[in-house]
Design a protein around this ligand. Structure first.
Ligand SMILES: Nc1ncnc2c1ncn2[C@@H]1O[C@H](COP(=O)(O)OP(=O)(O)OP(=O)(O)O)[C@@H](O)[C@H]1O
Length: 124
């Protein structure tokens, strides 16, 4: 009985992961911005190896890349929900999309600053 319950829970957990991966794959297929973020992330990782960044710097790079991709996915989710709710031009729809885009923009700006702090001294 207990193992039945555990199997069920494990099933739903695996399904949740599968749905999450489905969402990531969908965004990768249809969202230009996430492809750009991924390309930049790849370039930063290559630079990290080239400049032999420290463990702490890798930690910052990983957090920044993960955060950036997560923000972009949340932004896409907000866009989808807004488009689902209305196809009409509505000030609240604009606010929701623009605020979500603002969140991405802030994190992107912080990522650039973090990248400069890590890489500029090594490059100059
Ligand atoms: N239903 C709507 N009502 C009012 N404004 C909207 C609506 N849909 C989009 N907008 C606004 O129109 C502009 C362009 O939105 P759009 O949905 O094309 O996304 P975007 O900003 O080009 O982002 P992305 O390139 O990531 O898709 C944004 O300012 C957005 O807030």
């Amino acid at each position: 009985m207990n193992s039945d319950f555990n199997d069920k829970r494990r099933g739903t957990l695996v399904r949740s992961f599968a749905f999450a991966i489905e969402g990531i794959i969908h965004s990768l297929k249809y969202e230009r911005n996430i492809k750009i973020h991924l390309a930049v992330a790849l370039a930063v990782i290559i630079l990290g190896f080239l400049y032999r960044v420290s463990s702490f710097e890798w930690l910052v790079i990983i957090l920044v890349i993960g955060g950036m991709l997560s923000f972009e996915l949340m932004n896409t989710a907000v866009e989808r929900v807004v488009d689902l709710v209305t196809s009409e031009h509505h000030p609240l729809a604009k606010q929701a999309k623009d605020i979500a885009a603002g969140a991405v923009f802030i994190y992107a700006a912080i990522s650039v600053v973090a990248g400069c702090i890590i890489f500029l001294p090594k490059m100059l």
